[in-house]
Ligand binder design. Sequence first.
Ligand code: UDP
Length: 321
Amino acid sequence: MHVLVVGGAGYIGSHMVKLLSQRGCEVTVLDNLSGGYRDAVLAGRFVLGDLGDADLLEALFQSERFDGVMHFASHIQVGESVREPAKYYRNNVFKTQHLLDTMVSHQVKPIIFSSTAAIFGEPIRVPIDEEHPKNPINPYGRGKWMVEQMLRDYEVAYGLKAICLRYFNAAGADPAGELGERHEPETHLIPLVLRAAAGRQPRVTVFGADYDTPDGTCIRDYVHVTDLCEAHWLALRHLWADGESAAYNLGNGNGFSVREVIDTARAVTGREFAVEYGERRPGDPARLVADSRRARSELGWEPRHAELATLIGHAWRWEAR
Ligand code: UDP
């Protein structure tokens, strides 16, 4: 089977390319390297280019027969999406629509789409199941939710088949140490904590310690990147086996506070580092935890690295490299 991985040079996409090639798939990566790295693509054919390049996309779909598409290429910073909504809607929505149109015209039907917990906005109940109301509170979340809805309409009208995977907090790194998280600038908690542990930055700032949680800091559901990739693989196989289009929330169902992440990082790395307490970051809900029972029962998904210490340990091996 031949899979087109759009955004395959990025954090989650690069882990996916490795897994697909291990599972015997032929892989083509399309990436503009705006956030990814050529050397993170460990297998397959690499095509440098942008999703919005109509000629390139048309030529690619004419030259290859794809059995499915995985779409990871998106901008991911919530704060930036508020400051630069045009950038987010252009890339994450309009260029994605262009990909879908090209798939339709070449009759490539299965797509696995990277969605996000941000489509839910401020939760009204936790853990968050798939039916939880969708009230995204920033352009990043709104764009992802728009694409989810577009995919449903494209199925009804054009027969596209889609699985939307709503990641909670993707974290960790390839257990073999070949790949990891390389965002620049980095905004995510675990890599920032590990940079502080490695002495690459002076301290960690905790964004708010006055939330209504047991220790006052925000609780998130950290899910290992290779577990996420396994879910993509199961989702694609589900569509290949004529399974229904669907959306799944992906997390461990375990929430950890910012303080717990910091304490675990100290224990795993054996390093001390400075921690300061700052203001809340606008738009951060107190608690985001996934109810992933649907992915478990319908896809047979079973996260293998649910322990926070394991996840941080893999990320640390990458960071310390
Ligand atoms: N966070 C923090 N300090 C940082 C980065 C993040 O306290 O330097 C907190 C953030 O407020 C949130 C949690 O860590 O409660 C996870 O944030 P991250 O940006 O990793 O992921 P998000 O939940 O925004 O997807």
